[in-house]
Design a protein around this ligand. Structure first.
Ligand code: SF4
Length: 213
């Protein structure tokens, strides 16, 4: 990466980290995805059950594969072969696990986490339930404010997710949000976590690399 861009991004993450800390979140700033994976594995060491939010960031890190032989109970609702009933059961167990690991669709410079879910399991677990929550965020997900975070999700994240999941939404075809009435609409639950939730331990790992989308 260009050295100037690297330091520009580092400064951006430092500013975000300061805001997140002020808002009551735990924060760790990491420079590379390798450092991020090592940090997550270290944090996961004491957990017996670990839930995962659907996340391209975690997929890119290879976190679930890295934990596969750990002997821990890994709660992966997206794994192949689950029936709808089993999938729902895994999502419910995620709400009561030792550690829930996910990404956030966006983090603002003012230290707010912004997300849009279709099912809600991910945003629920982020706010309440698991004993610990780790949120991994690449520098590409930092936005200036809540408005630009929502715009980022509607213009970039949702269309990409709809395409990846094979959903027949207008944005999957056009790349633009039309606030659709599609039965497969993925934008159903919007959350903005402004301060660390009162009864949860949320720790944000900011990574100075492009992760997920
Ligand atoms: S509201 Fe519909 S068109 Fe807009 S981003 Fe969400 S799924 Fe796509």
């Amino acid at each position: 990466m260009d050295v100037n861009l690297h330091w520009h991004n580092h400064t951006l993450l430092e500013q975000t980290a300061t805001s997140l800390t002020k808002n009551g979140f735990g924060v760790t700033l990491l420079e590379t995805r390798a450092e991020a994976l090592a940090f997550l594995l270290q944090q996961a060491a004491a957990a017996e059950s670990i839930g995962f939010g659907g996340s391209m960031t975690l997929a890119e890190l290879g976190l679930i594969e890295a934990l596969a032989a750990s002997g821990k109970r890994l709660l992966v609702h997206g794994q192949a072969g689950l029936s709808p009933v089993e999938r729902r059961q895994v999502m419910q167990e995620q709400l009561d696990c030792d550690l829930f690991i996910t990404s956030s669709n966006a983090v603002t410079l003012k230290g707010h986490l912004v997300n849009i879910d279709a099912t809600g399991n991910r945003v629920c677990a982020m706010a309440f339930g698991p004993r610990e929550v780790l949120v991994v965020v690449g520098v590409n997900k930092v936005t200036s404010d809540i408005e630009s975070a929502l715009r980022r999700i509607k213009e970039r994240v949702a269309p990409a997710n709809a395409r990846r999941l094979g959903f027949a939404t207008p944005c999957a075809e056009t790349g633009r949000c039309s606030d659709c009435q599609s039965p497969q609409r993925i934008c159903r639950i919007t959350t903005i976590i402004e301060r660390a939730p009162r009864a949860s331990h949320l720790h944000i790992c900011l990574v100075n690399e492009h992760l997920g989308y």
